[in-house]
Design a protein around this ligand. Structure first.
Ligand code: NAP
Length: 298
């Protein structure tokens, strides 16, 4: 049986991994920031030794993209140093590490979907700190999978979908950026993919060929803009809402933010499908179920 050690279990993605592990037949030791602060090198080493996992999944991260611009030390501590500590501990213990990264390692200038080996050039501190985390994992733990994802939304935690629903209750009109494109990714679907990968990489499951390790892209299928995403959210949620706001398309220039974001961060997920046989559902198929869960509990 896979013995998974999970970090970041209180986040959107970690929460889904934790609750889906047992039904998938995986024994999961879940840690949140309070039980394992990944910036604490000694604590990381101690826990990896004590838990004796057969695979480690790092879902912990500093994810406040705008706040990171003025808080670089904290972002780098969590997004670069934390993964470095985990990678070191995993390498010493002979355990594979699955580390989650981001589409924001790219600058968005490519007109077509990004592949794993496309040049990276983050536009802000968050992306740069996540890239530094990827580099640390590659350097320190040969048996790693870096899974880059994008535009994550889940039932638990903060995300764009919940923000839109809240603003839609407060306002008649929402202005949403229409010139940034990406792939909305349901945290539950990504969690299932992580668990399937954990099964495949498990040290007790036999040797994984070298091509099974390395960097992979994993997002919901299909792409849209933030504005397209918002409009679809309100179309689907309309029957449950007292009123539906008008969603007006604006440009990035109309909505300045502390951090710059890539205009195109659509990821090509072909390698994950070819090598591991894993694909996520189209984002438009995953969204209704997430909305049902959120709207029925609000
Ligand atoms: N959200 C997105 O749209 C998105 C897009 C692309 C990639 N990703 C990547 O996907 C992964 C999961 O993201 P998510 O959306 O689940 O993020 P999230 O909801 O912000 O969860 C991250 C979790 O990590 C925890 N954490 C922060 N610092 C920590 C530390 N020092 N030690 C242990 N835990 C710590 C956070 O705790 P606190 O809440 O207490 O800080 C939070 O529970 C991350 O690697 C992220 O970079 C996310």
């Amino acid at each position: 049986m896979v013995r998974l050690l999970l970090t970041g279990a209180d986040g959107q993605l970690g929460w889904e991994v934790a609750r889906r592990a047992a039904p998938a037949g995986i024994a999961c030791r879940s840690t949140g920031r309070a039980t394992l602060d990944i910036t604490d090198r000694d604590a990381v080493r101690r826990l990896v030794r004590e838990a004796a996992p057969s695979v480690v999944v790092n879902a912990a991260a500093y994810t406040a993209v705008d706040k990171a611009e003025a808080d670089a030390d904290a972002a780098y501590a969590v997004n670069r140093d934390g993964p470095a500590h985990l990678a070191e501990a995993c390498a010493d213990a002979g355990v594979p590490l699955i580390h989650v990264s981001t589409d924001y390692v790219f600058d968005g200038s490519k007109p077509t979907p990004y592949r794993e080996d496309d040049p990276v050039a983050p536009l802000g501190v968050y992306g740069a700190s996540k890239l530094a985390g990827e580099e640390a994992v590659r350097r320190l733990c040969p048996r790693h999978v870096i899974l880059r994802t994008a535009w994550v939304y889940g039932v638990h935690g903060h995300n764009f979908v919940k923000t839109m629903l809240r603003l839609g209750r407060e306002r008649d009109r929402l202005r949403v950026v229409d010139d940034q494109r990406g792939c909305p990714t349901f945290a539950g679907d990504l969690a299932d993919t992580l668990l399937a990968l954990a099964e495949r990489l498990d040290v007790t499951a036999g040797a994984m060929p070298a091509e099974g390790f390395g960097t992979f892209h994993a997002t919901g299928q299909g792409a849209t803009s933030w504005c397209g995403f918002a409009r679809r959210i309100f179309e689907l949620a309309a029957p449950h809402l007292a009123k539906v706001p008008h969603v007006e398309a604006i440009t990035t220039a109309d909505f300045p933010t502390p951090a710059r974001r890539p205009a195109n961060s659509v990821l090509d997920c072909g390698r994950l499908a070819r090598v591991h046989g894993l694909t996520l559902r189209p984002w438009e198929m995953a969204l209704p179920g997430m909305l049902d869960s959120v709207l029925s509990s609000s």
